[in-house]
Design a protein around this ligand. Structure first.
Ligand SMILES: C[S@@+](CC[C@H](N)C(=O)[O-])C[C@H]1O[C@@H](n2cnc3c(N)ncnc32)[C@H](O)[C@@H]1O
Length: 208
């Protein structure tokens, strides 16, 4: 069975995410920039890269390789054409990170912004732990869904109804606990408030 993300048009997704009241695309763009500036890296990986939001914030002078991973190959095709100027530095990989046979290439910095919600906290931490020899810093962003529902209000909201079948509410303390059980310590947490009252929480982890 297809993952519901494979049924959502990229324009619909991005128009929803960047609408004034939602403002998540813009906020994630800024978070990606801060994540990349925060940790020296030569190889960066982005789980759930979608159309490449935030890739523009990566310093190509210091980054040798950028991997973008996503389950939706149409998103990756758009990402490829938007960032064609990056040449071989950018490598896009169609994958399902819930698939246990999928192995990550080595990265110094791995970003997971708004994807844990669609995989589940325990499955995500297990995936990272299976790849622990290939990861340095893992920087994640989760959403606090208490305000405005799991999917924020916008003219496009109904297009996201199929996602509810795979959506998980992620709790920051539980995520820290699950990572700690695998000997990853939390380096930093930072909250970002969105216009509709939702909050993004960024959590950075590294093997202890
Ligand atoms: C909310 S978007 C991510 C936003 C993006 N990281 C940003 O900063 O703007 C979630 C992305 O994760 C992808 N995705 C969801 N589940 C996935 C899975 N199991 N494996 C790989 N990609 C997945 C979706 O196709 C979608 O592009």
């Amino acid at each position: 069975m297809n993952n519901p993300w494979q049924e959502i048009n990229l324009d619909t997704y991005e128009n929803h995410m960047k609408s004034e009241a939602v403002f998540q695309l813009q906020t994630l763009n800024q978070i990606t920039k801060e994540q990349c500036e925060g940790y020296g890296h030569e190889i960066v990986g982005i789980l759930g890269v979608a159309g490449g939001n935030g890739l523009d914030g990566i310093d190509l002078h210091t980054t040798n390789k950028i991997y973008g991973f996503d389950i939706n190959e149409d998103y990756l095709a758009v990402c490829q054409s938007r960032y064609a100027y990056m040449g071989n530095t950018l490598e896009l990989v169609q994958c399902d990170i819930r698939d246990h046979s999928f192995t990550l290439p080595k990265t110094d910095l791995l970003l997971a912004n708004l994807i844990i919600e669609y995989v589940g906290d325990a499955s995500f931490v297990s995936f990272i732990n299976q790849n622990r020899n290939h990861v340095g810093v893992v920087s994640c962003t989760i959403q606090n869904s208490q305000a405005d529902g799991f999917v924020s209000q916008s003219d496009y909201k109904s297009a996201f109804d199929p996602l509810l079948s795979i959506s998980h509410t992620i709790n920051a303390e539980k995520l820290i606990h699950l990572f700690a059980n695998e000997n990853f310590s939390c380096l930093k947490t930072q909250a970002y408030t969105l216009p509709n009252g939702k909050t993004f929480i960024r959590l950075d982890f590294k093997k202890s």
